[in-house]
Design a protein around this ligand. Structure first.
Ligand code: 5AD
Ligand code: SF4
Length: 684
């Protein structure tokens, strides 16, 4: 029977993998096929099947090796099988962690949905219980992030025993029992995959207790279809009978029981992949521009899980952003990278466009910089010394994206304070569509802690930079990250953090208790000696300082102001049963407002210019204007519109306001509304 032959062939493949002692399943599979990651990336897109491609790459086998493999079937049923309709597998993708992971999930989705080379086609499902492949994109930054993932994986595996999906019979009874035990043998075992930072950090350890079947690191996502293919038991088209006459689907044995690829790369940027966004209606989109981090802050695991910094070519980023703006109603691009403002495109075209010139004033004598370009502000140093040279820097990228249209907003995350050169700050000040929000992760307010953290700046240098930023961009919002209870942190050092927060009055902050991570410099050379209760108490103090100051700051800086809001859609929370809509201000503050019709820029503009000339001296004019406004036609705002909203309340870092008129970025920035003109809307 053909199906039996398929199973024999598959079994042979499996045994070859399993027999190679000590190697992981993937390593065994990979060395068997002798296809390097680089070669796999170049798989031709001309319909050649993976098995044929692998066969063409296969080295000649020695006589001995051939003997070990047992009898090889004379016909080639696997190939016959491949000519049938491809098998459809449903995958479910859950994402933990930072925005970078969300963006990577869009890349993963695209890789799976576009898959052409294998005998499997992929479909995405939002229902976990409906999925054949359960993928979890993970975060490893703190211990509690990992605990969440372990918990989820155990739950997923536990569900297998009560999986209501079809029962299956693997063709080879013996193999089936050794793999799954007698009890579970007739249930379909779903493929559980761990992707991302935790996969990279823990590697084979994630196979512990049979929790996962598939481990794939952040630079190996292109390999996912091939690995899933090797893990998938494929239906043979036959059905079997069990003792109780229940019909079972017959499956061939998968090639592998476990698969892993955690190779990090020096050049992978997934530049050619068109990310498939989870929510295509979102009016903001994240565009990944660089990957990895060279900073080696002493507490951070990211350089070990994400590898070295590498930047995507400027042109491909601009192309992606332009399509998002012109074809997908995206009005805000957030440039994304682990260390985003250290972006440096060193491609041939970038080097030609921006050649290097020796810069005498440069702090770094080893590298040559582009003429007149300063990498960092005074008092900031780089852990990674080999920087500089020709090519496009972050300022060039921000400028190029901002040039796409005055109606497209540009943001970026997550930056390092060392990479805010004066050129970048000036550009932000000059361009109305480069948002007035800077993330400046301080981590600590104590110079001694900062030194132990290897952050490359002191409290003083940081504060000087904040002063410069506030002078250059008066309406700027500043956010930060803080860690409490880092190795050796004294009460005095903690007080320094509180006083820094008090001084700066951050608009947003992300605060964490220190969590020791393996491999890091701190793990190797320092002691995690601040007791957990002290870390938590300090964290509470830091959170409370942030909340007090943000309330004061918003009461002072926001209430009463007109803000240009990018309208996102209906807000989750309703107020007194009314429909509320929400969006974000230029300063990246969330704001909600009652949904109702509003004026347009065209009808508000003549009123406002008359207002600027005559109000408040002429009361007649004022009532005329009010009448004119009251009788003007109104429109409904849509997601993706800009609208002017007057802030009427701040609750912590979230604002509420009154919707006034639909606007454009350019006109709003030119209007120059002053305090007096706001009076008019009081009567509205
Ligand atoms: N413990 C606690 N917080 C950490 N972060 C990074 N590593 C750790 C750690 N080991 C925080 C930093 C960083 C943010 C993304 O996570 O504040 O900016
Ligand atoms: Fe981690 Fe520091 Fe790199 Fe940020 S800059 S990812 S904190 S090593």
């Amino acid at each position: 029977m053909a199906s039996k032959q398929i199973s024999i062939l598959a079994k042979n493949v499996f045994h070859r993998a399993a027999n190679s002692s000590k190697k992981t399943a993937f390593q065994a599979f990979s060395s068997k096929t002798n296809v390097s990651t680089k070669t796999r990336r170049k798989l031709p897109d001309d319909g050649i099947t993976l098995s044929k491609f692998i066969a063409s790459q296969q080295p000649e086998m020695s006589q001995n090796e051939e003997e070990n493999l047992g009898p090889v079937p004379t016909s080639t049923p696997l190939d016959l099988y491949k000519e049938e309709e491809p098998l459809t597998m449903k995958f479910h993708l859950k994402t933990y962690g930072c925005q970078m992971n969300v963006s990577d999930s869009d890349i993963i989705r695209s890789i799976l949905l576009d898959e052409k080379n294998n005998s499997i086609q992929f479909e995405e499902t939002q229902e976990e219980m409906d999925a054949d492949v359960l993928l979890t994109n993970t975060c490893a930054i703190r211990e509690n992030a990992e605990q969440k993932v372990w918990h989820r994986l155990k739950e997923l595996r536990a569900h297998d025993s009560k999986n209501p999906l079809e029962k299956i019979a693997l063709v080879n009874e013996e193999e089936k029992k050794t793999r799954y035990g007698k009890k579970k043998a007739n249930k379909r075992k779903r493929i559980i995959g761990v992707l991302g930072c935790m996969a990279e950090r823990l590697k084979e350890d994630m196979f512990r207790d049979g929790t996962a079947d598939l481990i794939v690191g952040p630079d190996a996502y292109r390999d996912l279809p091939r690995l899933i293919n090797a893990l998938a038991p494929k239906p043979t088209g036959n059905t079997g009978q069990q003792d109780n006459q229940e019909s079972l689907k017959m499956y061939e044995m998968p090639q592998l029981e476990r698969a892993l690829n955690v190779e990090l790369s020096f050049d992978e940027t997934y530049a050619d992949i068109n990310p498939v966004r989870a929510n295509p209606d979102d009016v903001s989109a994240f565009v990944s521009v660089m990957r990895g981090c060279n900073n080696m802050c002493s507490y951070c695991v990211v350089p070990f899980t994400r590898g070295r910094e590498r930047s995507r070519e400027l042109e491909s980023i601009v192309r992606e952003a332009r399509i998002l703006f012109e074809e997908e109603n995206v009005k805000e691009i957030c440039l994304l990278g682990q260390n985003v403002n250290s972006y440096h495109d060193k491609s041939e075209s970038a080097i030609l466009a921006r050649p290097a010139v020796e810069n005498e004033n440069s702090e770094n004598k080893r590298g040559s910089y582009r003429a007149g370009y300063n990498m960092s502000n005074d008092g900031f140093s780089n852990m990674f010394k080999l920087r500089g040279g020709a090519g496009y820097y972050f300022v060039d990228l921000v400028e190029a994206i901002s040039d796409i249209s005055p109606e497209l907003r540009v943001r970026f995350t997550s930056p390092h304070p060392k990479d805010y050169p004066p050129e970048l700050l000036s550009l932000m000040a000059e361009r109305h569509n480069v948002c007035n929000h800077l993330h400046m992760p301080a981590q600590s307010g104590s110079s001694t802690v900062l030194e132990r953290m290897r952050r490359g700046y002191t409290r003083e240098a940081y504060l000087n930079l904040i002063d410069d930023v506030k002078t250059l961009i008066p309406d700027v919002a500043i956010s930060s990250d803080f860690i409490t209870g880092f190795c050796g942190e004294t009460e005095e050092e903690h007080q320094d953090t509180l006083s820094l927060m008090d001084h700066v009055a951050y608009d947003q902050a992300f605060m964490f208790a220190y969590s020791m991570r393996g491999k890091t410099h701190a793990n190797r050379t320092m002691e995690d000696d601040v007791p957990e209760d002290v870390k938590s108490r300090r964290l509470q103090e830091v959170i409370s300082m942030f909340r007090t100051r943000v309330q004061e700051r918003n009461d002072e800086m926001e209430v009463g102001k007109l803000r240009l809001v990018l309208v996102e859609g209906e807000a989750k929370k309703k107020k007194e049963g009314k429909i509320r809509w929400g969006g974000r201000t230029d300063q990246n503050k969330r704001i909600t407002f009652d949904y109702k019709k509003c004026w347009t820029e065209e009808n508000i503009q003549p009123v406002l210019s008359a207002l600027n000339q005559s109000y408040p001296s002429n009361p007649m004019m004022r009532s005329d204007l009010l009448y004119q406004l009251a009788t003007s036609p109104k429109v409904e705002v849509q997601s993706g519109d800009y609208a002017v909203v007057q802030v009427d309340e701040a609750r912590g870092h979230v604002l509420t306001g009154k919707l006034l008129w639909r606007a454009s970025q350019s006109m709003f920035s030119e209007m120059g509304l002053d305090e007096n003109s706001l009076g008019l809307f009081g009567s509205y």
